[in-house]
Design a protein around this ligand. Structure first.
Ligand SMILES: Nc1ncnc2c1ncn2[C@@H]1O[C@H](COP(=O)(O)OP(=O)(O)OP(=O)(O)O)[C@@H](O)[C@H]1O
Length: 615
């Protein structure tokens, strides 16, 4: 998906580091507090070996340590540890609060962004990949923000605090105790670069896996209908395999790092022990000081070793943020500066003036269309698949803007009006109706939240759906979709039509809304629409000419152009595509009627098995 490709240049990486820092904005005080608590906790831990030096030295010298001294030093060690525990708690609490709030804000930003992105972006985006960015990548960032942000600098701080103490205790041994650290640091930094590359690969493979799952779920009917289960299983298996292989490579890298850094840390420890014992033997160091030394080295080596984890998570977070930025940085739908007041009332007069639009450079979906639709009248768009009917409607809702020409509403160019306002003037029953997994009533009131029960019933009656709803046990409170009843294609279309009628907007668009209903239901709906005539300017797209015979104006489209225009009575008299289509459709209908009559006649002659005539 090229539009979402992550930037991998040096400039891009720098920008990501900056963004990672910017991400903490608003919570920096909490992070500062958490870092301070972590550092203070570390400092306190360094105090434990110090308070134990004296009793150990006395024991090593064979002195009797009075119980009072033992109690005193022991209690001090316990109190220091308790204090360090409290600071660790504060560090965890503040870091968690900061990260959760930041991530909540980030999720909201992402969700808002998805609503602001143009339709052309959504057309190209792979849902699974976008879902993966909004969930998995956000989670990676959350982990980083909760655990690692405060760790950055912790090791350095601890080193800087512990090193002077070590040098005060024994400067020669102090040098030995930090000699391996530069090696560990160089090793960690080189590891950091690799982890980013590997994690990017893992993330991309995970995106493909999510897309495969999502497509299989939404397209499960197609898979079953074509018997392509084996093919889909193999496709999923390949994605899964790739994800596993890449994750394994990443984990292998981690394993190598952990084991080598362990060896380096243990080498450091071993060097201190050997050198320290030699110095104790030489009488240059007390046993107590050696104990403190070894404890210190242990305390500051842990965060140094932990640096690998910090760097790994930082690397992963940088990859995730670049993937999120690829969404967040996309240009949103822009509205021009409003140079006129919004019309208080809309009559609904539409004019398409030389409207031309192409999705890509190769072909124009709509090519120089000019049509005028007086307020309250109806326009029918007919034509072969791909002739540009839906594209014209898409332009009417400003989901895209014409490349050339303009569309006006009551004489005002739509391009000069805010998109959201334009869309609020259009009630759309889309070609592929989308319903929510909520009740029928909730799906209807999506169009107008204040609509009362009587209004829902009225629009449902107009859409010839009321009788079907009545048959459901819970009527309008019936759940539809995944958790409820499954509606038929025709019922879904009629629900979508009722929703558009309920919206009661100045323009009503029916995009092939009656394709899945039988002729009688179609007639019922057309009669209801006829009763509403004049209430809204209506644009009807239909492949079935019976749906458009009553339209005030019919435009026949082909290859994005209007090839015929007029009323039904005029067009059937003209030699052209409309007449041919009408002849084919009426001939088919006549044939069907004859067949039905013949079948009915035969049944009456033979009698039904029960000897009664079917109604
Ligand atoms: N989102 C899109 N991105 C790229 N091309 C598109 C897109 N939508 C439609 N097209 C192309 O634009 C042309 C017109 O399509 P459109 O959907 O307007 O046709 P239509 O007349 O409504 O067809 P149908 O009767 O099958 O619904 C077609 O060639 C189609 O492939």
């Amino acid at each position: 998906m090229t539009s979402l490709a992550s930037e991998s240049t040096a400039a891009g990486r720098f920008a990501r580091h900056r963004t990672l820092l910017e991400l903490t904005r608003g919570q920096r005080l909490r992070y500062g507090g958490a870092m301070l608590a972590l550092w203070a906790g570390g400092l306190l831990t360094l105090g434990v070996p110090l308070v134990l030096v004296e009793p150990i030295n006395r024991l090593a010298a064979g002195d009797v340590v009075p119980p009072r001294v033992l109690w005193l030093h022991g209690t001090a060690a316990v109190l220091i540890t308790a204090g360090a525990g409290l600071l660790t708690y504060l560090r965890g609490r503040w870091a968690a609060q900061a990260s959760e709030r930041l991530v909540e804000g980030l999720r909201n930003r992402l969700h808002r962004k998805l609503h602001e992105l143009p339709m052309s972006w959504h057309d190209r985006a792979e849902t699974g990949d976008v879902v993966q960015r909004c969930t998995s990548d956000v989670e990676t960032l959350r982990v980083f923000l909760a655990q690692q942000v405060v760790e950055i600098g912790h090791a350095a701080l601890l080193l800087l605090t512990a090193a002077p103490i070590l040098f005060l205790l024994d400067s020669t041994l102090a040098v030995t105790s930090i000699v391996v650290i530069p090696v560990i640091l160089v090793f960690a930094v080189s590891f950091f670069g690799r982890i980013q590359k590997r994690f990017t690969e893992v993330d991309e493979a995970e995106g493909e896996l999510t897309t495969a799952i999502q497509e299989n779920l939404t397209g499960v009917r197609v898979v079953r209908a074509f018997g392509r289960e084996e093919f889909e299983l193999e496709r999923f298996d390949a994605c899964n395999d790739l994800f596993r292989a890449r994750t394994e490579r990443l984990l292998r890298l981690f394993a190598i790092y952990w084991s080598l850094s362990d060896v380096l840390c243990m080498t450091q420890m071993g060097l201190v022990l050997l050198h320290g014992v030699a110095r104790v033997h030489a009488g240059l160091l007390t046993v107590g000081d050696l104990f403190a030394f070894i404890a210190f080295v242990g305390i500051f080596l842990w965060p140094v070793r932990h640096m690998g984890r910090v760097l790994a998570d930082t690397g992963k977070a940088l990859v995730s943020i670049s993937r999120l930025e690829a969404v967040l940085d996309q240009p949103v739908e822009q509205d021009p500066e409003l140079d006129q007041t919004l019309p208080a009332t809309v009559r609904g007069e539409l004019a398409f003036e030389d409207v031309t639009f192409a999705f890509d450079e190769s072909t124009r979906a709509v090519d120089g269309i000019s049509l005028t639709v007086p307020a309250g009248s109806s326009l029918a768009l007919v034509g072969p698949p791909g002739s540009g009917k839906s594209t014209l409607v898409r332009l009417l809702g400003r989901f895209d803007d014409p490349d050339r020409g303009r569309i006006t509403l009551d004489g005002i160019d739509l391009a000069r009006l805010p998109r959201s306002w334009v869309r609020r003037q259009v009630g759309l029953a889309a070609q592929e109706p989308f319903l929510y997994s909520r009740t029928i009533a909730a799906n209807l009131t999506y169009a107008r939240r204040d609509a009362g029960a009587d209004e829902l019933e009225r629009v449902a009656r107009d859409a010839a759906l009321h009788a079907s709803i009545e048959r459901f046990e819970k009527g309008y409170e019936t759940l539809v979709g995944e958790r409820g009843v499954t509606l038929s294609g025709g019922q879904r279309q009629r629900l979508s039509l009722a929703r558009a009628l309920l919206a009661d907007r100045p323009i009503l668009v029916l995009d092939d809304t009656l394709s899945a209903v039988d002729t009688r239901t179609e007639a019922e709906i057309l009669a209801a629409l006829e009763r509403r005539r004049g209430r809204a300017t209506t644009v009807v797209i239909s492949h079935r000419l019976s749906s458009v015979v009553a339209a005030d104006q019919i435009a026949v489209l082909d290859g994005g152009r209007v090839v015929q225009r007029g009323r039904h009575e005029e067009l059937i008299g003209l030699d052209g595509p409309y007449q041919r289509l009408w002849q084919i459709q009426t001939a088919l209908e006549d044939e069907l009627d004859d067949d039905l009559q013949r079948t009915a006649g035969a049944e009456i002659a033979q009698g039904t098995p029960e000897g009664s005539v079917k109604p």
